[in-house]
Design a protein around this ligand. Structure first.
Ligand SMILES: [Fe+2]
Length: 146
């Protein structure tokens, strides 16, 4: 297992977590629904924890964890603010697809990792599957109300 490759892969996954964390933290109070706000602020904390664990693993491997989500993250945050202002249904649609992409990038990359990192990624993916499930449930309610 190439250590540098593992570190680079974990940093890519870390970028996704930082992106999600920023988006959820910055849109939770913009979209105007109390229940969605609580869900988003909880998920923001979970993504922050995922980011912390990935950064810790990168350091254990002798690497330097990235600290920011970069340009793509900044752009996605701007888009999510516009969607949040249009209402929870628009925001949820964007976030659902973001979470879905996130889970896929974990699934695509997990074989490239060492066993310890794989166990961590599996644990993170469990939370993200839960996020997808709760978003889905909430999006269904949204449809029934409208
Ligand atoms: Fe998630």
């Amino acid at each position: 297992m190439d250590k540098q490759h593992t570190i680079d892969t974990l940093n890519e996954l870390l970028k996704g977590e930082l992106m999600a964390m920023n988006i959820y933290a910055e849109t939770d109070d913009l979209q105007g629904d109390q229940q969605v706000m609580e869900m988003l602020s909880q998920f923001a904390q979970e993504h922050q924890e995922h980011a912390r664990l990935l950064a810790q693993r990168i350091r254990e491997l002798g690497g330097t964890p990235i600290e920011r989500a970069g340009m793509a993250g900044a752009m996605a945050t701007i888009t999510s603010k516009f969607n949040a202002l249009r209402g929870p249904a628009y925001l949820l649609e964007q976030l659902y697809s973001g979470e879905d992409k996130g889970v896929h990038s974990y699934e695509d990359r997990i074989d490239e990792l060492d066993p310890v990192s794989q166990a961590l990624v599996r644990q993170i993916m469990e939370d993200d599957h839960q996020h997808l499930k709760l978003f889905k449930e909430r999006m269904e309610t949204e449809k029934m109300e409208n």
